[in-house]
Design a protein around this ligand. Structure first.
Ligand code: NAD
Ligand code: TYD
Length: 355
């Protein structure tokens, strides 16, 4: 289905900023994108400054606001004649959810609820519209050594983050079944690539290698994640938005399982090759630290439904994607420093206070 005015929530974050760039640069979309973002610690307008410079006020509009603000959501839907929403805004980091779950409940559950209510109030019974919800494989819980998450796997979230995402998934489905809201939903595995906030595994490791700081590996390092390049996630979301069946959910994954410790060793090797650093010295920084409470052991996605029904494929080979990612973080030290120093928060204050 074709849409004209797409509201993207969380478009200043990691996946959202890559998604906006992907839609403008890699698809035949001719309409407008409205980015609604609260600019929390994880939202950085510098992630999307290139698009802002080219398209602001023409095909790209930035709305600095909180998704939990129902009246503001309704205003945005009406003002821009929004006919589709891709909802990514969330608190997204598991470790933060363990330290302080409150904001996860507020944004991920109440925020999704406010957006669903706004859709129903503005769209009423329209069928030519869409609510696409971007979610995670973490809602399914933790796997043992064998098996995969499919779309019919029972939900078994175990962290405050995954519980809040599970709850939002349930609400989105409830609005389809109860009110007939046209929804689609995707559950994706771990993403990597440019513009990821440097608190997640891959950017933490790259910048700690650069600074010759310890590389903290939780527990025994044998937890397994299924890694997917962020642009492949976004191409899947776009595919589902165009061709997905209303009311359905689709799993997205890399079919690319790695033990954390193996991944960190590979990153050390790539880092040494790219910078000329001594590989043994970099690997010597690996430090096993206290495990994350409730640390899910293994995630692995069966994405055959998406492949069979919508003909989607991953396109970025992991070794190539990792090398590109290491290079990107090394070439964008200023971006990381603006985050670490809080400089980007001053930039937000200067550039966004009157919007
Ligand atoms: P992120 O933390 O990098 O970005 C989240 C964005 O949401 C930020 O720009 C932040 O400012 C914004 N935001 C937070 N609270 C808000 C609020 N109340 N109102 C408006 N904006 C708000 O997260 P990400 O890694 O880009 O993840 C995006 C989405 O994708 C999330 O819903 C996440 O659950 C999902 N997801 C992420 C991954 C992953 O590996 N990163 C995998 C699967 C699914
Ligand atoms: P993370 O990037 O936080 O993603 P998620 O928890 O959503 O999967 O972590 C990926 C894996 O790496 C996870 O098993 C926890 C582990 N990890 C570490 O071992 N050290 C770290 O410093 C971080 C941030 C994560």
């Amino acid at each position: 289905m074709k849409f004209n005015n797409i509201l993207i929530t969380g478009g200043a974050g990691f996946i959202g900023s890559n998604l906006i760039r992907y839609i403008f640069e890699k698809t035949d979309f001719t309409g407008r994108i409205i980015n609604l973002d609260k600019l929390t610690y994880a939202g950085n307008p510098l992630n999307i400054v290139d698009i802002e410079q080219k398209e602001h006020g023409k095909r790209y509009f930035f709305e600095h606001g909180d998704i939990c603000d129902y009246d503001n959501d309704v205003r945005i839907f009406k003002q821009y004649d929004v006919d589709a929403i891709i909802h990514l805004a969330a608190e997204s980091h598991v470790d933060r959810s363990i330290i302080g779950p409150g904001e996860f409940i507020r944004t991920n559950i109440n925020g999704t609820f406010a957006l669903l209510e706004a859709c129903c109030s503005v769209w009423k019974d329209r069928k030519d519209v869409r609510f696409h919800h971007v979610s995670t494989d973490e809602v399914f819980g933790s796997l043992g050594a064998v098996g995969y998450f499919t779309e019919t796997t029972a939900y078994d979230p175990r962290s405050p983050y995954s519980s809040s995402k599970a709850s939002s998934d349930h609400l989105v489905r409830a609005y389809f079944h109860t009110y007939g809201l046209p929804i689609t939903l995707t559950n994706c595995s771990n993403n990597y690539g440019p513009y990821q906030f440097p608190e997640k595994l891959i950017p933490v490791m790259i910048y700690n290698m650069r600074d010759r700081k310890p590389l903290p590996v939780y527990g025994d390092g044998k937890n397994i994640r299924d890694w997917l390049y962020v642009e492949d996630h976004n191409s899947a979301v776009w595919t589902v938005l165009q061709n997905g069946k209303i009311g359905e959910s689709y799993n997205i994954g890399g079919e690319n399982e790695w033990e954390n410790i193996k991944l960190v060793n590979t990153l050390c090797e790539i880092f040494a090759q790219e910078t000329g650093a001594d590989e043994a010295e970099i690997k010597g920084l690996i430090t096993f630290v206290k495990d994350r409470p409730g640390h899910d052991r293994r995630y692995a996605i069966d994405c055959s439904k998406l492949k069979k029904e919508l003909d989607w494929r991953q396109s970025v080979d992991f070794n190539r994607g990792l090398r590109k990612t290491v290079r990107w973080y090394l070439d964008n030290i200023k971006w990381a420093e603006s985050i670490r120093s809080g400089e980007y928060l001053k930039w937000i204050e200067k550039n966004y206070k009157d919007r």
